[in-house]
Design a protein around this ligand. Structure first.
Ligand SMILES: Cc1ncc(COP(=O)(O)O)c(C=O)c1O
Length: 361
């Protein structure tokens, strides 16, 4: 028996399992399991990535100055208060590493994104799960769960995997009500899918206890490249920059993300397509007896009669080459999370679920 052991908490982590991408024996698959943009990145983004190929012998920028300037210009934010990471996952992990340790508590919601718990445990802190109100973040429950040990409060707004969001007044109440020694982290991975929503930037702007995180993995179609960013008070930026790897982002990743954020026409097109196809998909599934909560994201959380039916439907969809996401690990066993794909994929998945329900009736 080895005497070499990891830090306390590490072995409590259930390794993160990403969305499946293949089905044995099926070649023509549609992947609707990871909330990726079915249209991919914009042309300008791919071109910038290609051009970066000529610079591969050079180390990348350590301060991400050009990318931060571009993000700042597009969002009207101070580039000095922006930090970039290897996906927003890295920012979430860095926050845990910097602000939570043994004896500290990290709050996340009942059906919150898995990385909050993983990041807390990796830092030796105690994750605290707070009930939601019918799959919606419950601000009062979170405030009640806060103690003097609370160091971080994570909410995704809109949330994954529920797709729901809470309003600005509720978020402000949360920022006002958490202990003085705690940071509120607003994870805006899906913020771009909500027309006119700033992801919490304005709130983060004026306070010293709010951090907003964003990603290039969703609407920008760059999940494969791994770029995210955070907007935080200067004191937090200073701390995160002390612990992040100096070369955490590669030259192609920086170049592509910069081109991507400058191409807001692509973002608008993708948001409009998503809004239209999401409404269509939700309506057709509801007609097949598979309802969902109103989603503000690029996926819907489809509700089946029970866990058995959800599992059976998942198997049926797989047999049809359609890969969606079972969410039992998020304590939602009677649901399947379905990414809004392109029109053909939406039609295919809607048709297959109709067949499944028709056959099962
Ligand atoms: C709520 C939420 N936050 C953060 C992330 C992480 O995104 P990334 O690390 O790709 O930026 C995801 C990805 O699925 C997510 O759903």
């Amino acid at each position: 028996m080895t005497k070499i052991t990891p830090q306390p908490g590490i072995l409590e982590i259930a390794p993160y399992v990403g969305g499946a991408s293949h089905v044995d024996g099926v070649s023509d698959v549609v992947k609707l399991s990871s909330n990726e943009n079915p249209f991919g990145p914009s042309e300008a983004t791919v071109e910038a990535f290609r051009r970066a190929g000529f610079e591969l012998h050079r180390y990348p920028s350590t301060d991400h100055g050009a990318l931060r300037a571009a993000i700042g210009a597009v969002h009207g934010l101070d580039p000095e208060r922006i930090v970039c990471g290897v996906g927003s996952d890295e920012i979430l992990h860095l926050l845990c590493q910097a602000y939570a340790g043994p004896g500290d508590e990290v709050i996340h919601t009942e059906h919150g994104f898995a990385i909050y718990r993983i990041g807390a445990l990796a830092a030796g802190a105690t994750p605290v799960e707070v009930k939601e109100n019918n799959r919606v973040t419950d601000v009062d429950a979170i405030l009640k769960a806060c103690t003097r040990r609370t160091k971080l409060v994570f909410i995704a707004n809109p949330n994954n995997p529920t797709g729901t969001m809470i309003g600005a007044e509720d978020v402000r109440r949360l920022a006002d009500g958490i202990p003085e020694t705690a940071l509120l982290v607003l994870d805006g991975a899906y913020a771009e899918y909500v027309e006119g929503f700033d992801g919490g930037a304005a709130l983060a702007e004026g306070r010293d206890n709010v951090v907003m995180t964003r990603t290039f993995s969703k609407i920008y179609g760059l999940g494969g490249l791994r770029v995210g960013w955070g907007y935080a008070p200067a004191h937090v930026i200073d701390v995160l920059n002390r612990i992040r790897g100096p070369f955490n982002l590669s030259t192609p990743a920086l170049a592509a993300a910069e081109a991507a954020v400058k191409d807001q026409a692509w973002v608008e097109k993708c948001r409009a397509d998503n809004t239209r196809l999401r409404a269509w998909l939700a309506e057709v599934l509801a007609g097949h007896g598979v309802p969902s909560d109103p989603s503000e994201t690029n996926f819907i959380l489809a509700r089946f009669t029970d866990a058995g039916e959800a599992a059976a439907c998942n198997e049926y969809l797989k047999s049809q080459g359609l890969i969606v996401r079972p969410v039992g690990s998020y304590n939602l066993p009677e649901y399947l999370r379905i990414t809004v794909g392109d029109e053909a994929s939406c039609r295919r998945v809607a048709h297959a679920i109709g067949q499944f329900k028709g056959g099962a009736a």
